[in-house]
Design a protein around this ligand. Structure first.
Ligand code: HSE
Length: 430
């Protein structure tokens, strides 16, 4: 049994942007961490691909090895921190840690959203601690508040801006009038985007994060593949102008809801009222708006990425495990074995902003209204913009079922007076 003053020994699996930030903070905040964790923290070994690769913070190269076994089989290590990202070899290493009954802290959203079930089942089997606060929302405390602080409530809805790159792009398009590709290049130059920006702009990153939030809030195993997903690459500067005119902002929202009809989970560009707290989240910041049955509305806001914010979330998990290292984990999460069930997007009702490029002649509006009427789609507002060859009808529907809206859209596309439907964006009502 370790003595109170013996250090908690850490094995770092990966030492890039986040891992080197963890190493840096363990040195910089040593005294505070020792108080919080009740024992000093000490990095014992670091697994890297290449000791000489450039990193934002220096780490001790004498602790580095390229051999996973040298880290995994070091008996002195108490807590392993996985910050490699991706599924391979992170999954194999994480399982090897847990099989040894050792504690795991990971920042890996793909790992938890794609393989959460086997991770949690292995941890339950061996009694190991697993924490992953940094996997969603970088430095913003989300997992522990949902799991512990709000453990006594029923979470009804979560709406989040959980991808900083897309929020940065939409902010620049809205405030600077940048095009989508100009704003994406800026986001890449600032280092916000993932190595493959498709993961950001197509909502893949946000879907993984929403799956994790759903698993925690709704006590079942949800996967990223269950989350309906649309990205932001088709948003046009005109849509942001129209949104502003109608009193909305456009955000890539991750939305999960649970009610008597079931659970829904979706990521798509969304118009929300400019009065909504999420509308004012600018740049690469993240925020998650939560509605609990008893607690009401809450919002969590902060830096959703970056070396030190993410490293902070990791160290919070390390502190939590260090304080409880000789006890079984407080949150065993055996519920992850129960598959989460998600409603089809076709059964979700929402409002839609739609732009139609039309032939500018008498009777066009009547034909359009006729198609919407045939499919039970009621219109809330209709505005014509431009005239002649640049005539566009911009409309917002009342709440309709996705299946009815899509049937109406197919009907509109086959009308000879509709040349193109360049934009369809869901509008969030509450
Ligand atoms: N690429 C992500 C983002 C950060 O833009 O928010 C890590 O999840």
């Amino acid at each position: 049994m370790a003595k109170a003053a013996d250090p908690i020994k850490i094995g770092l699996l990966g030492c890039g942007t986040i891992g080197s930030g963890v190493f840096h903070l363990i040195g910089r905040n040593a005294a505070g961490l020792a108080e919080a964790a009740r024992r000093p923290l000490e990095v014992a070994r670091i697994l890297v691909k290449d000791p000489d690769e450039p990193r934002p913070f220096q780490a001790d190269t004498s602790l580095m090895t390229t051999s996973p076994a040298e880290v995994l089989d070091d008996p002195s290590i108490d807590i392993f921190i996985e910050v490699m990202g991706g599924v391979n070899p992170a999954r194999e290493l994480a399982l090897a840690v847990l099989e040894r009954g050792k504690s795991l802290v990971t920042a890996n959203k793909e790992l938890i959203a794609g393989h959460g079930r086997e991770i949690m089942e292995t941890a339950v089997k061996t009694g190991a601690h697993v924490r992953f606060e940094a996997a969603v929302g970088g430095g913003i405390p989300l997992i522990r508040p949902l799991e512990e602080s709000l453990g006594g409530d029923n979470i009804l809805k979560m709406m989040g801006i959980v991808n900083g790159t897309t929020n940065y792009i939409l902010t620049r398009m809205s405030t600077e009038g940048s095009t989508y590709s100009e704003a994406l290049s800026e986001a890449q130059a600032l280092g916000y985007a993932e190595a493959n920006p498709e993961a950001d702009v197509e909502g893949i990153d946000a879907a993984s994060k929403l799956a994790i939030l759903c698993s925690i809030a709704f006590h079942a195993g949800f996967t990223a593949g269950q989350v309906y997903r649309e990205g932001i690459s088709r948003i046009r500067p005109e849509d942001l102008d129209n949104a502003r005119e109608f009193g909305y902002a456009i955000k890539l929202l991750a939305i999960a809801e649970r009610n008597e009809g079931g659970t829904s989970a979706r990521v798509h560009p969304t118009m929300i009222s400019r009065e909504h707290p999420l509308a004012s989240i600018a740049g690469n910041f993240n925020a998650v708006f939560v509605i609990g049955e008893s607690v009401g509305e809450l919002m969590f806001y902060g830096q959703g990425a970056g070396s030190l914010p993410t490293a902070t979330a990791i160290l919070g998990d390390v502190v939590n495990i260090a304080r409880n290292i000789d006890r079984p984990p407080a949150s065993a999460r055996s519920y992850w074995s129960r598959p989460g069930v998600v409603r089809s997007i076709e059964d979700i009702a929402t409002r839609y902003y739609t732009v139609l490029k039309v032939v500018d002649q008498p009777g066009v509006l009547a034909k359009i209204a006729g198609v919407f009427g045939e499919h039970n789609v009621s219109l809330e507002s209709v505005v014509q913009k431009g005239f002649g060859s640049s005539a566009q009808i911009v409309l917002i529907t009342h709440k309709v079922l996705e299946r009815d809206f899509q049937a109406a859209r197919d009907g509109l596309e086959s009308l000879d007076v509709v040349e193109e439907i360049p934009s369809v964006i869901r509008v969030e009502s509450d």
